[in-house]
Write a protein that binds this ligand. Structure first.
Ligand SMILES: NC(=O)c1ccc[n+]([C@@H]2O[C@H](COP(=O)([O-])OP(=O)(O)OC[C@H]3O[C@@H](n4cnc5c(N)ncnc54)[C@H](O)[C@@H]3O)[C@@H](O)[C@H]2O)c1
Length: 147
């Protein structure tokens, strides 16, 4: 099973972030430009929250608020779950399921080194399971052809 470090090596450690005082509209524009579903919210070097499509749907649209008037800080999720690069994709997926989040920042000590999404992890777990199934099928074929 791949580690988060391996996933970051493949997908790259680019980090898309916005600032807490930016408007929600600006953040949504950036998410559309980058074709992603969440932005980290950075106050200078400090990670202070995550702003996701879900935050927008539930805290802006459903409340009848305007994305051009609200600041990201007012609607971001400020409780941040994070992972370290040494854990496996399966462990990270477990945390996403348990905490009901789809993006996790990756911290190496105090250093922010990347972001992984549920799509990245599902892709890695499925690839691993396919490898295991292929190996087992090969093994079964070899053993049944001997007997
Ligand atoms: N994971 C992928 O490789 C990928 C790529 C494109 C589209 N999709 C599709 O889009 C849908 C949602 O995908 P998802 O769950 O991966 O979420 P997503 O659309 O937010 O993420 C797409 C890719 O961008 C990266 N990303 C997202 N936010 C980031 C950020 N703030 N900083 C740096 N990188 C960031 C993710 O790690 C992922 O590799 C799914 O249907 C998926 O199949 C997935």
């Amino acid at each position: 099973m791949k580690t988060i470090n391996q996933v970051l090596k493949e997908k790259g450690s680019e980090i898309w972030a916005t600032a807490p005082n930016k408007t929600v509209f600006d953040a949504l524009q950036m998410m559309a430009d980058k074709d992603i579903g969440a932005l980290l919210v950075m106050d200078g070097e400090k990670l202070v929250g995550i702003f996701s499509e879900r935050d927008y749907a539930r805290k802006v649209i459903l409340k009848g608020k305007s994305s051009k008037e609200l600041a990201v800080r007012e609607v971001m999720s400020s409780h941040i779950y994070y992972i370290t690069p040494d854990i496996t994709c399966e462990q990270a997926l477990g945390l996403m399921t348990q905490k009901r989040v789809r993006h996790l920042p990756v911290l190496d000590g105090n250093k922010l080194i990347g972001v992984v999404s549920i799509g990245d992890l599902v892709k890695a777990v499925i690839a691993y399971q396919k490898q295991v199934i292929d190996r087992l099928e090969k093994h079964i074929l070899e053993t049944t052809s001997i007997t």
